[in-house]
Structures are given as C-alpha cells and as structure tokens.
Design a protein around this ligand. Structure first.
Ligand code: AHG
Ligand code: MN
Ligand code: MN
Length: 310
C-alpha cells in the first residue's frame, strides 16, 4: 500500500461499509482537540459513575464530546458508555450501536502515564453487549505518539497521527499479530489472587516472560500486542468478578485480540461468548497469545475439577 494512507482511504480501499467508515473516521478525527484538552483537565470531576468511581474531569469531557458527536451524526442509534448511567438514543437514529470506555486508565492522567479510548461497534439491529456480535472495535492510545489500533473483521491494522496539525491517522502497519510471548502484565493484589491464577503467573515466569504493568488496560494490552505475551486483571478472593467491565473494556479488546491471532478468556470460556447479565457486568479478563490462554484455561479447569472432586 502506498505511503501516507489515511484511515479513511484505507477503509474505503478495503470497501468497508460507507457509514462504518464515516463513523470510525468521525471518532478518530477528534484527536487534536482531545489531546489539546489534556493539560486543562487533570483533576476530578467531583461526580461518580455508576460504579461508584470518582469521575475524572477528562472522563466526563471526552465522554460528552464523543457521545454528542455520535448522536448528532445520524450514524448511531444508541451509545452505551462507562461514564453514562443508561443507554442514550439518538433522535436521528442510525445503523450502529456503540459501546465505549471514553477514557480508559484515567487514574494515569495525573501521573502522565498511558491512557486511551476503547470503542466497540454493533449493528443497530443487535443488542449491544454480546462480544461475538461486534462488527468492529478500535482503541486510541494517547502516549508519546497517538496511535489507533483497529479491526473491522479483516485482521488488525495500526495507525498513527503523523502529519503536523493534521487531524487524521496514517496507516502504520497492516496484519498486526501477536509476536512470540515476551512480557506479561497482571493487576490486582497478588495476595488475593485466586490460587490457580498464582500458579499460571508462576508458569509465565518459568517461561522467562518479564513483568510490565502500566495501570491502563489499553496501554497494557497494546504492549502485549507489540511484544507478545499476556495481560490479566484476575478474579480475586474478595472480587471473584475481577475489576474490568465486559462490555466497554473486555469485549472490544477481545475482538481485536482474536483478529490478531490471540485469544481471551474469563477463565473458563472466551470473553466474546459471555452474555452480559447487565450492561455494567464485570468479568475477570485474561488476554494475549493463544497458547498462553489455552494454558490458563487448562490450569483453571484442573482447579475446578479438584474442587468438584471433594
Ligand atoms: P478506567 O480508567 O476506565 O476506570 O479503567 C481503569 C482500569 C483499566 O484501565 C486498568 O487495567 C485497571 O483499571 C487498573 O486497575 P488498578 O488501578 O487496580 O491497577
Ligand atoms: Mn477502563
Ligand atoms: Mn474509563
């Protein structure tokens, strides 16, 4: 493909649905105004989301900007956001339902570490939430560079905002796949991990994988996608459902992981097959190279069998 292919050109060349191309282009074209806002929204919003988490000023600002742009676009029937109490519907209607974590890793804002935006896209006729029904997913990563990693069901592509003062992403790499496993990132308090997860992490270490954990799912996922390995925010003895939200965080990333030749699990089955009991369901998230997820599920199954035996 020739140089300086924009995200919009790429999607058009691949004959992706015109409205889907327009939606992804719309959501990616806000990158300059969003980044310019960062220094001015470093604190708390003074409000809480439905999870009882203190909202950061940037959570609310990015949420409101993206939600309004989508509802006004005529492309989106409804938006479900981590930062909104309920599904919001557009008066103009649209072909897609969108789920989003407008700012993932918001606790990293004050320490200037990685954070990003996670988007999952469904057809308007499908109830949003069941991961296998997603038709596209992408995340934007705000780091030294601003990158966008996407799948519309035809593998994974990475884009970068490259041209000075131009509000667009340029194709960096097509056919992104997990390389041989090198690193792992694991959240939560290790003293409270379920024992089978502890066993699995010891296996990773025995394979020579090195620990890298950055405190944002989007940043930690991106590094295992580029270096190969595993990320887990596990079930713990006090929080058996883990911390991450299935719909806004787990499923879009599980979709991308699958398209990149990897896999994901809640410990017993693929994240994409979990029917969310409600839109704010939390699940343990295990994701990365396929062979590591297979090993994890084998260890978890052995633990279940042992418990059932006695
Ligand atoms: P969010 O900022 O959208 O609430 O997500 C934060 C999540 C996820 O990004 C990350 O993997 C995890 O919280 C980090 O949790 P800890 O702070 O417990 O490490
Ligand atoms: Mn998040
Ligand atoms: Mn968030």
């Amino acid at each position: 493909m020739e140089k300086n292919v924009t995200l919009k050109d790429y999607l058009s060349t691949k004959k992706v649905d015109k409205d889907l191309t327009e939606l992804i282009t719309l959501l990616s074209s806000l990158v300059i105004p969003i980044r310019e806002e960062f220094p001015h929204r470093l604190g708390d919003a003074g409000t809480k989301n439905i999870y009882g988490e203190d909202q950061k000023a940037l959570d609310v600002w990015v949420n409101d900007l993206l939600t309004q742009k989508m509802l006004d676009s005529g492309l989106v029937k409804s938006v479900i956001s981590e930062e909104l109490p309920d599904q919001v519907f557009s008066e103009k209607g649209g072909k897609f339902n969108v789920v989003m974590d407008p700012l993932d890793g918001s606790s990293n804002v004050k320490s200037n570490n990685l954070f990003g935006t996670i988007i999952g896209i469904y057809k308007a006729k499908d109830k949003p939430g069941l991961g296998i029904k997603q038709i596209a997913a992408f995340y934007k990563l705000y780091g030294p560079n601003t990158t966008l990693v996407m799948s519309v069901g035809d593998g994974v592509q990475e884009f970068i905002r490259a041209r000075k003062n131009v509000n667009e992403f340029i194709l960096l790499k097509e056919g992104v796949t997990f390389p041989e496993p090198k690193i792992y990132g694991v959240g939560g308090n290790p003293d409270k991990w379920v024992p089978e997860f502890d066993l699995f992490v010891k296996l990773l270490r025995s394979k020579g994988l090195k620990l890298r954990y950055g405190g944002s799912f989007v940043g930690d996922f991106n590094q295992i996608l580029h270096h190969g390995g595993f990320f887990g925010y596990p079930a713990t003895l006090d929080k058996p459902k883990g911390k991450l939200r299935l719909v806004f965080e787990g499923n879009p990333m599980a979709y991308i992981a699958e398209q990149a030749g990897g896999s994901s699990s809640v410990g017993s089955k693929n994240l994409l097959d979990i029917d969310p009991i409600n839109i704010d369901s939390r699940v343990p998230v295990y994701i990365g190279n396929k062979e590591l997820i297979v090993s994890l599920e084998d260890i978890f199954k052995a633990a279940r069998d042992a418990r059932e035996y006695y």
